[in-house]
Design a protein around this ligand. Sequence first.
Ligand code: ADP
Ligand code: MG
Length: 340
Amino acid sequence: MAIQLLPPQLANQIAAGEVVERPASVVKELVENSLDAGATRVDIDIDKGGSKLIRIRDNGAGIAKDELALALSRHATSKVHTLDDLEAILSFGFRGEALASISSVSRLTLTSKTAEQTEAWQAYAEGSQMDVKVTPAAHPQGSTIEVVDLFFNTPARRRFLKSDKTEFTHIDEWLKRIAIARSDIHFALTHNGKLVRQYRPANTEIQSQQRLAQICGRAFADQALNIACEHDGLSLSGYLQSPHDRVITDTSFFYVNGRLVRDRLVNHAVKQAFAEHGIEHQPGYVLMLALDPHQVDVNVHPAKHEVRFHQSRYVHDFILQAIQSALLQMPTLALSEPAI
Ligand code: ADP
Ligand code: MG
């Protein structure tokens, strides 16, 4: 076969293969866009596990009328303009791919109003046709993105969807993770018209604690150790399951500059600190690491689940020490001899 450039639509669908695995990945990308746009409230409506409808409404900055079509095209982003920007990412997005990918495998409507505009506008893109129509609409400041019939034109992907209940559980689980880290944001989640979760904004320590209890359970929240440690440009905050709380939990959430990532480094540090006290089980944690964005590469994987630290040993030891000192402040543990 002769070499040919892929038609843009097909290129987008190929990219969608990496970014849009299932409805929960659509919700992730869209909610992250809302947070990047400075929203304080995000409403998520799901029908049939997301295969019928995913609707995300926010009160963020909105998208200007003449940028609506651009927002839907690939490699179009307002978040990165130079290589320097790419090396210091603090936003969730930077690839300019999510809206293009999602709209290539669904029927997508984007409605938005900026503070400067007096009217809202709507853009519609459907699967194979990439011509975007822009029409007037009614909408307060912010954006609503509606994704209908996900994977309607990629039957192989559609077949891989699990039951509505399972797909919804993935969405719910992901939202829990983001809602813990962003307790300042009001989130509401509905499924088939029924309100399933409501996370009210937490402005005080007590309210943050309440949100933690809502998500990780009362026992975890009541007994968790608070972590707050800073050293030389690194800061770690969050919660660590108490060594006295032997309930097995799968709460192990780690965030780097607000982004939920999978990284063995933190697991290792937590385990090591506990092992020093003779505790062999894997404790739960919700830990947020903040560091100079130049010190971490977030452009490792299209789904942005992974990061690379420039000085990973240093970061590991910092986390280890932060947890060691939290454990030492527990009177009963401090008295017991460390295991050899
Ligand atoms: P990225 O987030 O990597 O920039 P996306 O395809 O997710 O790429 O979004 C493209 C652009 O559309 C963003 O850079 C942003 O300018 C705009 N955008 C997307 N969603 C929203 C939203 N909810 N509110 C405001 N702007 C948005
Ligand atoms: Mg994005």
